[in-house]
Ligand binder design. Structure first.
Ligand code: GLU
Length: 290
């Protein structure tokens, strides 16, 4: 049997905190137990927020925790051409359309729709895309593109779900409302997600799916805040002909008041704890690992 492949995939837009330590350690321990591989991937598609000094700090913190990983470390910002190819494949299936609205216009449209009736929100609580770009006349689209109006590329979710209905995934973890087992995906709950942003030719959903497949990841171990994102990932995998990994969503580490940890809080940042004399084995205890 080929070895199991695990990955820890932080975004280098801040320092790692205890929650990241838990996720990275879980991945690393599982890889060890199974005689598998452990990869580190930098999800650095957001050029405005990601910085190389955070990348170095992340690697320093992980090494301090006692983790080792294969090199070279994959950096998503170096693979935009690959993500573009995936978008083109989806475009070839007639599932992509350009959407020209600015953030402000989208906010205005949502406010307007909410004034009329309640407007649906995605599993993260963000309003679904309220625009009508999907039904723009082709001449109007061409005119806006020719004018140089920036646009995002969105997935026609209804058409995509029609093409690959009834998707399920194998959950080994403890996502919301799930004790593990087979979960029915609900990609439609996300509406017409962005696959390529105006400022970068990809998105989180697209690049995570392409990279997990390309790196041969067999088990995705990540926080249960990403549980329902898996629905979109399943859909993209099927559309792109990529094999689905198994999923293991884990509990989130919270602070004393039960809140999810944030990259902007110093108190739970690994480098801060390290400075205070906390040891790697203390970190394991702090995150509830034996
Ligand atoms: N890059 C994502 C984050 O830092 C994690 C993506 C994933 O594990 O699928 O939250």
């Amino acid at each position: 049997m080929p070895p199991s492949v695990f990955r820890f995939a932080p975004s280098p837009n801040g320092y790692l905190h205890l929650g990241h330590a838990y996720s990275a350690l879980l991945n690393f321990d599982l890889a060890r137990e199974r005689g598998g591989r452990f990869l580190l991937r930098m999800e650095d598609i957001d050029a405005t927020r990601c910085r190389t000094e955070f990348e170095s700090a992340i690697q320093e913190d992980l090494a301090w925790l006692g983790l080792t990983w294969e090199t070279p470390v994959r950096r998503q910002s170096e693979h935009f051409a690959l993500y573009r190819e995936a978008v083109e494949k989806l475009a070839g299936l007639g599932l992509i359309y350009p959407a020209f609205e600015s953030r402000a216009e989208i906010a205005r449209l949502v406010a307007q729709r909410e004034g009329e009736a309640s407007w649906p929100r995605d599993p993260d609580g963000a309003p679904l895309y309220p625009g009508v770009a999907k039904s723009l006349a082709p001449e109007e689209r061409d005119r806006l593109i020719a004018q140089g109006t920036p646009y995002a590329l969105r997935l026609d979710m209804a058409a995509a779900c029609e093409l690959v209905p009834d998707l399920t995934w194998t959950e080994l973890g403890e996502g919301p409302g799930s004790e593990g087992g087979t979960v029915l995906a609900r990609p439609e709950a996300w509406g017409d997600v962005i696959l390529a942003r105006k400022e970068t030719p990809t998105s989180y959903h697209l690049s995570v799916v392409v990279d997990d497949a390309l790196q041969g990841v067999t088990e995705v171990v990540r926080g249960c805040d990403l549980f329902w994102s898996t629905s979109v990932h399943l859909l993209l995998q099927r559309l792109l002909g990529m094999p689905p990994p198994l999923y293991r969503h884990h509990r989130l580490v919270t602070d004393a008041s039960g809140q999810k940890l944030s990259k902007s809080t110093d108190a739970t940042a690994l480098r801060q704890l390290r400075r205070e004399g906390v040891t790697p084995s203390d970190i394991r205890l702090l995150v509830g690992m034996p």
